[in-house]
Design a binder for this molecule. Structure first.
Ligand SMILES: [Zn+2]
Ligand SMILES: [Zn+2]
Length: 317
């Protein structure tokens, strides 16, 4: 049983954008004295809240880094499962341009469920008090850079990073920093290594950074013909272990947690499906290779993320 006093980071999904039985799609929670916020909501986020010992009804905030499916696909499940179980307070949702449209579209896609809950609560006997609210419990806000939420317990700051912008999507990809009296945590979302990540992560206690590609895959994908020096640089929008370590080192982060990890030692069907991004099956030594590459650029502690992993923010070990 976890103690939710203080500030803790919980990895809900430490995997990538592909089906992976070992790691779910990217998602994290931060719990500050029992107050729960979720950062991204990839496949398996809701069930992994439960695995970690967090009641999904307690989620007060959802911060969305960007609109890629692997970061939002469990949002409908989180919303409808909690609404149907009597969630009494809304989830405050903060996300990039397109978040309102996504929410409206999702409610429209689930219009039968919306109508179902409304009809269902109308016929509930009056003595049942923990009943669902009459409307879906969400409040949605599209964000800019800067402080987006500030309470007496915590502050959330957003910063535009480099992921979808190179493909022409404006105000589309953000990283988040959460500060409290206990310490601080930063979540990169998906990004190339960039100065904005370094600035946002300055002196942070826990840097949760994406590590989508291995360095050899990153090298290959950045050159259309696999040759160093080729003129056309392919979009990657992502970071490898050395890049994540480079951000952590420049920002003076206390601890680096790597997430958005490929299905390197997952069952064959997962490897085969994702081979254009992750290559062939790697042995278990892949994890020490990733840590080793991150440590080439960052001397501090490096952690390979796993689902339902709980990381105390102010524990320097
Ligand atoms: Zn993405
Ligand atoms: Zn992603």
């Amino acid at each position: 049983m976890n103690d939710w006093n203080g500030m803790k980071v919980v990895l809900l999904g430490a995997g990538s954008a592909v089906p992976d039985p070992v790691r779910g799609n990217p998602s994290q929670a931060v719990v500050i004295d029992g107050e729960v916020m979720v950062i991204d909501c990839g496949e398996r986020a809701t069930v992994n809240l439960v695995r970690a010992g967090i009641n999904p009804l307690d989620v007060g905030y959802l911060f969305i880094t960007h609109m890629h499916w692997d970061h939002i696909v469990d949002f409908n499940y989180l919303l409808f499962s909690t609404w149907n179980c009597g969630k009494s307070t809304p989830i405050r949702i903060f996300g990039p341009t397109g978040t309102k449209r996504m929410c409206d579209g999702m409610l429209e896609a689930h219009h039968i469920d919306v109508e179902f809950v409304k009809r269902y609560i109308e016929q509930l006997p009056d003595h049942i008090t923990n009943r669902p609210q009459p409307e879906p419990p969400i409040e949605v806000e599209e964000i800019h850079e800067g402080v987006i939420v500030e309470t007496d317990k915590f502050k959330v700051t957003s910063r535009e990073i480099v992921h979808l912008q190179p493909l022409g999507f404006e105000r589309s990809s953000y990283a988040f920093r959460i500060d409290s009296e206990y310490g601080s945590a930063v979540f990169s979302g998906d990004t190339e290594p960039c100065d904005a990540m370094v600035e946002l992560s300055s002196d942070v206690d826990v840097l949760v950074h994406e590590c989508t590609f291995l360095e050899d895959i990153l090298d290959y994908r950045q050159n259309m013909d696999g040759q160093k020096g080729a003129e056309k640089i392919a979009w990657t929008g992502h970071t490898g272990p050395r890049g994540a370590g480079w951000i952590a080192q420049r920002a003076n982060a206390k601890k680096l947690v790597l997430t958005h990890l490929g299905p390197y030692d997952s069952p064959p069907a997962a490897i085969e499906m994702a081979s254009m991004y992750y290559g062939q099956r790697r042995g278990p030594e892949i994890w020490s290779q990733i840590i080793g590459e991150a440590k080439e650029t960052f001397p501090g502690p490096v952690i390979i993320g796993e689902d339902a992993m709980v990381i105390p923010v102010n524990d320097a070990t």
